[in-house]
Design a protein around this ligand. Sequence first.
Ligand code: GLN
Length: 247
Amino acid sequence: MKKITALVLTVVLLPLALTAGGSKEKTTLVMGTNAAFPPFEYIGGATGNEVVGFDVEIAKAIAAKAGKTLKIEDMEFDSLLTALQASKIDMAIAGMTITAKRKESVDFSDPYYEATQAVILKAENTAIRNLDDLKGKKISVQLGTTGNEISKKYTKDEAIVAFNTGFEAVMELKKNRVDCVIIDEQPAQNFVKKNPDLKVVKMNFDPEFYGIAVKKGNPALLSIINATLAELKSSGRYDALVTEYIK
Ligand code: GLN
């Protein structure tokens, strides 16, 4: 009887122990994102409640190269860096701009997309045409983003309303509670496509580069990520994804 129990324990529990074991044997690769940032990550897909988008395709390629199963954790954008540091996620792929400040707490991959900020206005608003016109305006943004930082250059903190998602920032404008939204250009275009009462105005903002963030001191994962990005570009798959999701 004892022998049987021991055998059962070995057969049943050993594989469990191996797969659920320490981080080295982990079979999943966890992507953290904020799925309210189309076309990079948004809720959609066949079932209508999957996290899909340009960044998700990149994450799938990274997981395939690492030989792991991709798992996606949808969370607030502002929580991603803390989640990385606490090892709750392995990589943050969220249209995240590489900045000096973020580099103090996490490591970034090679840049994978060049972006810029843009301004969303009510379609009838002709008073805001350039960066100077943003001075002193009421601006809504997504909390913790580069758009949030940039808005501070133009207006007082009290005139900035920060939301957890870009979608909520856009809703604030639709309700006429702010003069404009400052957000990355591609999501801006995407939101405006669905809202004919809004328009996008491109201004002279600096270029930004999106990177994939990992916990500091994880060179193995970082090199898999960079190798995947290089392969996606050289194989033409990257351009195909740009055409499918962005252009
Ligand atoms: N690119 C911007 C940033 O890094 C916005 C990213 C986002 O909202 N997902 O702050």
